[in-house]
Design a protein around this ligand. Sequence first.
Ligand code: GLU
Length: 446
Amino acid sequence: MTLTAPTPPPRRTAPAPHTPDAAAGPLSYLDPQHPGPYAMFLDQVDRVVPYLGPLAVWAETLRRPKRILVVDVPIHLDDGSVAHFEGYRVQHNTSRGPAKGGVRYHQDVTLSEVMALSAWMTVKNAAVNLPYGGGKGGIRVDPRTLSQGELERMTRRYTSEIGLIIGPDKDIPAPDVGTGPQTMAWMMDTYSMNVGRTTTGVVTGKPVSLGGSLGRADATGRGVFVTGAEAMKKLGMSMEGARIAVQEFGNVGEAAARIFHAHGAKIVAIQDVTGTIACAAGIDPALALTHLQRTGAITGLTGTDTLQPDEFWDVACDVLIPAALEKQITLENAGRLKARLIVEGANGPTLPAADDLLADMGVTVVPDVLANAGGVTVSYFEWVQDFSSFFWSEEEINHRLDRLMREAFRSLWDVKEHYNVTLRTAVYIVACTRVLEARALRGLYP
Ligand code: GLU
């Protein structure tokens, strides 16, 4: 890794005011009054620019997504009526390789959110050195309100609409909030039908029987565990009996809780959309999952107390794993947190102002762009396996994932120590340097 940064300013020096290229002006498609989640990313870019040395001249590349596609997704509902959904695919950057990132189905999806998520994928992929740029897609829809048939029709139409810009060597979607292996199977089939050949490598996170990878389902939670465990070692925290609070008990939170529990940690609180439970003696994640599947709610599990949602932030714990959506840790609740370590399973769960407060409080944050990179790392393994049509054992996948995440964590921690910055800033320094080095080497076309 080459670091071309000069001696950095102290951590809290206000970043130079964001001065977009004069000819280009600000991003006209974002409402300046309500810029949304992308403002968080712009703030993070402003913080890293002072560390980029001569590459800072290319910083505008980070602020401006390369390509944005907004699509209308009309489908027949089961009752015969027609519904229209708004869909997006944003390719934030492709300097280091094809765009890569998930597709989100959620009622609150906006263009600004998809832009932010795609930009975080650029940083995440570069942080763990995957040969990808960053992309993300989404549809503003509550998938729980659609039947299986409606979901399939919506997914197929959306895939056809974004088919112009995706492809195994152009942009490779994957699951995110509200999507999963079945969604990827429909996307793979639709793309394949449109191009006239089965193209498994166009999406990752597919069912294992369809070119998916062993280990992909648990990969994000596993990466949260690996990076969390490494951070605990650095902080001199013991895994045995460590108290863990998990926000969200889905794909990421459940796997992370299960793996931490298996290594001797104690899950003391779980929060999801159905409620919040706590138990100082520890919750068995397997029992919590069975209870959730049987009753449809996390609350009511024997031996646990039910808390008000806001009380989750006051729970006495050592490690907090926010694994739900963006903007959960705010200036208001950050000061109440008891944890010494936060491992961001979700994308963008901590607002920048809360991040500063946590740093002042001495709380270590393993940022999303490192902590949850396990998912896209095994997506990369899946893509490589699809290309070679040669599949690896689960043991091999987990071994490679653990090693890659551990090594990435250790080298990024060294950068954090070297510059005396937060781990988030360190990850941004390394990732943005990699992206902009590629940018500078490639130069401008024509
Ligand atoms: N949606 C996941 C993320 O935010 C995985 C993306 C992928 O596998 O491409 O990292």
